[in-house]
Ligand binder design. Structure first.
Ligand SMILES: Cc1cc2nc3c(=O)[nH]c(=O)nc-3n(C[C@H](O)[C@H](O)[C@H](O)COP(=O)(O)OP(=O)(O)OC[C@H]3O[C@@H](n4cnc5c(N)ncnc54)[C@H](O)[C@@H]3O)c2cc1C
Length: 504
């Protein structure tokens, strides 16, 4: 057994999973120092996959490019990683939203606000590049208090003795920890172990109803197809692209990286599945029917992998993110994996990193038991709110009449409230110049607040629609019915007659 603890030495933090969240939390903890400038933590990260610097995971589920918006950028800025992310990623300023398929030539643009108050832009990069960037930065830490071990799987947890069993190339070693952090993704082993240890913790994961395949498409293909000028903005920066097919069976996410190449992620929405297609030609025809231009380009890359199983998009929830009485916690997708509709999975996870560091500040890097409990209390409601918001949005994409109704309600509320002579403060809460969806990505307001805002907007929208409906009915009564029916003063017309005329 490797016991790394001595009372005079930095505290041992063990992190399971060297995904983006595991690495960024490791980096921030390793840089925490006492007043004399000595590191407070000795950080071990165990990752079951190979080192992405030598073995790219480009052919696997994790190959899609990820977009970092306000929350994510706030964390990497505070962690001192923004410059390297900007250097290695693609600045992205607009979303090209193609309604009902891939009509990139006539898509709608949605301007990403410069990240709230800072002027930074959204950054798109692959998960691999993100991980390699953080790993390279780690090399610059002179204290060498971060140890990342690849091909190392954590399968057994001994919470009573604060030990973890790690298997590397068939050899098992036991490590002791003062704080154990599970950053091991949506199917977290640590989360399962916590549930087995404490029956009061309820956790589950589920398929969101999307299964995906991602391919990397060179920008030259888009140029050849005459689409490039529609895909880039005025400054020549590639836009992120999002599209739901007209028949709702597929969704498409196109995200660029520094080389301007894109990852195209095609997701089948339930009940449609990739294996609903037993022959290649049927699949090709379906994709091209849904996405005539982008599908045609992507098919070149999709064909060779047509029989590779699609990855299923998961969401995960847990009733709490810590284990009572033990210094054990979950972070990132392990605590709350989200449907990808708002692109907030990693952004929310990076926000966890900021919150954990704030808590360590306020507890002076002591009392880990309180830190993990407090972390759960703060993050759980927030994670639930963005999960609900993401599911609501997914539901809207799948239900066109509902989406149109929502749009009409939003626009009506927006127009009416904008012109009402009411105090500015009221106007802001009623209309907020914008829609909840834009706030999710552009700001770092608590997700619970945004959820309340959405509920309030819904109520206001309903009231306005009812008022409009009532106005329409009065107009109809006044102008469309025969005069004697609308003449309320007339002794011949009773309320009964009017109701009869309206309803029967
Ligand atoms: C199609 C799609 C598009 C997305 N786009 C965006 C986007 O634009 N913006 C955004 O913010 N989010 C996006 N997301 C979500 C984002 O990918 C995740 O939120 C993010 O990857 C979570 O990071 P993580 O480090 O918590 O978990 P993961 O990335 O899942 O990493 C977990 C790591 O733990 C390792 N591991 C697991 N078990 C063990 C074990 N027992 N021992 C050792 N290691 C282990 C795994 O190998 C893995 O490397 C998207 C998701 C999907 C599916």
């Amino acid at each position: 057994m490797t016991n790394m603890t001595k009372s005079s030495e930095p505290k041992n933090v063990v992190i399971i999973g060297a995904g983006p969240v595991g690495l960024v939390i490791a980096w921030t903890l390793a840089r925490r120092k006492d007043l004399q400038g000595n590191p407070l933590y000795n950080v071990h990260v165990f990752e079951r996959r190979p080192d992405p610097r030598t073995t790219r995971h480009a052919d696997e589920a994790y190959s899609f490019n990820i977009m970092l918006s306000s929350r994510g950028i706030k964390t990497i800025r505070e962690a001192g990683l923004l410059d390297s992310f900007v250097r290695e990623g693609a600045a992205c300023k607009q979303l090209l939203f193609c309604i009902g398929g891939d009509d990139v030539k006539n898509g709608l643009f949605w301007e990403f606000d410069p990240v709230f108050g800072t002027g930074d832009h959204y950054i798109a990069m692959s998960r691999d590049t993100m991980m390699c960037t953080v790993l390279e930065e780690m090399e610059t830490i002179s204290e060498k208090n971060i140890h990342v071990l690849f091909n190392a799987s954590c399968n057994l947890f001994d919470f009573e003795n604060a030990n973890i069993h790690v298997a590397t190339n068939g050899v098992e070693k036991v490590y002791h920890y003062d704080l154990l952090i599970g950053a091991d993704g949506a199917r977290s082993r640590l989360r399962d172990a916590m549930c087995k240890h404490d029956y009061s913790i309820k956790a589950s994961w589920e398929h969101v109803g999307m299964s995906g395949k991602t391919v990397r498409v060179s920008y030259k293909e888009l140029q050849k197809a005459g689409l490039w000028e529609h895909v880039v903005d005025k400054e020549g920066l590639p836009r992120a692209i999002f599209s739901f097919s007209a028949d709702h069976s597929m969704s498409f996410i196109g995200t660029p990286d520094k080389s301007k190449d894109y990852t195209f992620t095609f997701a089948m929405n339930m009940p449609m599945k990739w294996d609903s297609f037993t022959d290649k030609e049927a699949l090709r025809s379906h994709i091209i029917a849904c996405y005539p231009r982008l599908g045609e380009i992507a098919w070149k890359y999709l064909e060779p992998i047509w029989d590779r199983p699609a990855y299923r998009v998961l969401s995960a929830k847990s009733s709490q993110f810590h284990l009572d009485g033990h210094n054990v916690m979950l972070i990132g997708d392990a605590a709350h994996a989200l449907p990808p509709t708002y692109g907030q999975g990693l952004n929310t996870s990076f926000e966890d990193v900021t919150v954990l560091n704030r808590l360590l500040d306020s507890y002076n890097d002591t009392k880990f038991d309180d830190v993990v409990t407090e972390f759960s209390k703060l993050r759980k409601p927030n994670a639930d709110a963005i999960s609900d918001l993401s599911y609501d949005m997914y539901g809207l994409f799948q239900n066109e009449p509902l989406a149109i109704l929502q749009f009409v309600m939003d626009m009506t509320r927006h127009c009416i409230v904008s012109y009402l002579p009411i105090p500015e403060e009221w106007r802001r809460t009623m209309v907020v110049e914008d829609f909840v969806g834009t706030y999710v990505a552009h700001h770092t307001v608590d997700f619970q607040q945004l959820q309340k805002m959405q509920q309030r907007h819904f109520k206001i929208g309903c009231i306005i629609l009812l008022m409009l409906l009532a106005a329409l009915i009065s107009i109809m009564v006044k102008y469309l019915l025969p005069p004697q029916m609308t003449s309320w003063d007339s002794e011949h017309v009773s309320v009964y007659n009017v109701s009869k005329a309206l309803y029967f």
